[in-house]
Design a protein around this ligand. Structure first.
Ligand code: HPA
Length: 231
C-alpha cells in the first residue's frame, strides 16, 4: 500500500524524514501545494505533501484540494494520513494532544469540492467519511508511543481563514462537533471520490473560541501548543 502524509499547519516538514527525491507534478486541476516528496519515515516509504505549501503560503480556502488529491492518486497513493491542526470544542482532548475523528460536518462554501463535471451525477457513499482500518492503525500507533489520543469525534470544517465567534462554536457544539479545523473538507471527500483510504490525525492547538481561560489570546495558545502537538 502506498502511503501519503499530508502535513498541516505546523507540519510543513517531517522531522526524521529521509528524502529519496521530489517531483514537481501537475494535474488537470493544476499544481499541488508543493512538489511530492518521496522518502522514508521511520523505515516506511511515504510521500509527503505540505497542504499549505512549503512556505505555508496557502490559506485553507485557497488550497487546490483537487490538485493535491489527484497528484497523490496519480503517484499511486492508496492511503492518506491527513494531519490537521484543530481547535478542540470537547474537553475530551486538549491542546497538545491528538484525536482521530470518525465523522465530519462540512461548513465550507465556494471550494472546488468534487472531481465530477457539471453534467455528471455521482453519489459517492460518505456515510463513514474516514477509513476505519486506517483510523484503527493510527490509534494503535499513537498508543504504542504513549501519545494521548481521543478515539472518534466529529470534525467540523469551517471556511476560515478567520477563527470562529464564540456563538459559532456554541452552534458547532450543538451540532455535535468535537473539534474545528479548516482543511478537512473537501479533502476527505475528494479522497473518497478517488477511492483512496483517508484518516485524519487531528492535533489540538487551541481550545475553540470562547472556551477555556484563553482570555481572547487564542494565538498565544496556538503558538504554545503547535510544536508540542505536532512533535
Ligand atoms: N478553528 C478553526 N480551525 C482551527 C482552529 C480553530 O479554533 N485551530 C486550528 N485550526
Amino acid at each position: 500500500m502506498s502511503l501519503a502524509i499530508i502535513g498541516g499547519t505546523g507540519l510543513s516538514k517531517l522531522d526524521g524524514f529521509v528524502p529519496a527525491g521530489e517531483e514537481a507534478v501537475s494535474t488537470r486541476w493544476g499544481a499541488p501545494s508543493a512538489p511530492l516528496r518521496r522518502g522514508r519515515y521511520h523505515g516506511r516509504e511515504v510521500i509527503f505533501l505540505p497542504r499549505h505549501g512549503d512556505a505555508h503560503q496557502l490559506p485553507p480556502h485557497r488550497i487546490n484540494y483537487r490538485a493535491n488529491l489527484q497528484a497523490l492518486y496519480d503517484a499511486g497513493v492508496q492511503e492518506i494520513i491527513a494531519v490537521a491542526a484543530v481547535g478542540n470544542i470537547t474537553d475530551a482532548f486538549r491542546p497538545g494532544t491528538l484525536a482521530v475523528p470518525d465523522q465530519i460536518i462540512d461548513y465550507t462554501w465556494g471550494r472546488e469540492h468534487t472531481f465530477a463535471g457539471p453534467d455528471a451525477v455521482m453519489h459517492v457513499d460518505f456515510t463513514r467519511p474516514y477509513s476505519e482500518t486506517l483510523r484503527q492503525r493510527l490509534l494503535a500507533a499513537a498508543r504504542r508511543v504513549g501519545a494521548e489520543v481521543l478515539d472518534g469525534g466529529t470534525y467540523g470544517c469551517t471556511q476560515g481563514p478567520r477563527l470562529e465567534t464564540a456563538a459559532e462554536v456554541d452552534r458547532l457544539e450543538r451540532d455535535g462537533c468535537a473539534m474545528i479545523g479548516m482543511t478537512g473538507m473537501p479533502e476527505a471527500a475528494l479522497a473518497r471520490e478517488l477511492d483512496m483510504a483517508c484518516a485524519c490525525l487531528a492535533v489540538s492547538v487551541n481550545q475553540a473560541a470562547g472556551r477555556g481561560a484563553q482570555d481572547g489570546d487564542i494565538h498565544a495558545e496556538i503558538e504554545a501548543s503547535l510544536a508540542r502537538g505536532m512533535a
